[in-house]
Ligand binder design. Sequence first.
Ligand code: SAM
Length: 289
Amino acid sequence: MIKKVFIYGSAQLGIQIAWFINNDYEILGFIDTDPRKHTINGGGYIKVDNKDYIIYDPDILLDMQVDKIFIGTEVDIYIAQIKNTLLNYGISDDKIDLSLTFIPYYARLNFIKTISLGFQEENITGAVAELGVFRGKTAREINRFFKDDMFYLFDTFEGFSEKDIIKETGLARQANTNDFSNTSLDFVKKQMLYLDKCCFVKGYFPESVAQISQDEKFKFVNIDVDLYQPILEGLEYFYPRLVKNGVILIHDYFHPYYTGAKKAVDEFCQKMNLRCLPIGDAFSVAIFK
Ligand SMILES: C[S@@+](CC[C@H](N)C(=O)[O-])C[C@H]1O[C@@H](n2cnc3c(N)ncnc32)[C@H](O)[C@@H]1O
């Protein structure tokens, strides 16, 4: 008998899991904690291989029997919250499937590590940076892979700014200044493996760049700020400061809600006559110099 499953998380990771499993399981729909995304509230449907799936509130678990729930978010604190929610709905641990949750994340880390090894082999020098650090999960790995390089970490460390949110359209317009505020500079410092190589640039980007030397050159930059305005500003700032063969990685290009990410990258690439390439993690594209 074909197993009936829900996917918890209706953004790009959830969709990517659906692409992967839809021949082997009956997907009953998506579940999301955020009421703005529910189909019944105008959040729309998720189309996967020409089939429309409903986005439900977790309460659907009171009405429908399910064999398995795939977790479609890679953020640790959200995974813990979802597991808790599911347990409260009587879903046992063995029905919670995390086997596909981290595949895109590891693909992305693999890309970053491969780039770092290539730079070592070719003696390409320069600083590295992350714009959009949150709790430092990816920053820790960047710091590990580029342990001998100066690492700039740009974030408000307080979440999104209203100045950026008002430029969004569609569902991203509902982004909130509380989103990603569950962090602090001290917390992130503790995650780093080579703290002496880290320069924390706390504040609203691009204004925060005044805190560093404008002559710095970068070989790798990870832009992960979700919204149109800071992504565009990030590209405008870092691309001219990229060394030859340097790489900028941009997250969320394929995100169904944060559509400003693709808009910013496409606009920048068109203006500069550049091409961006998907890196195979279902989220991100890279630009090379
Ligand atoms: C998705 S999170 C980053 C996740 C992180 N890269 C990781 O791997 O865990 C997005 C971050 O971008 C930051 N951000 C968004 N707009 C910003 C801006 N204009 N200036 C500084 N930080 C910003 C937010 O504070 C948030 O921490």
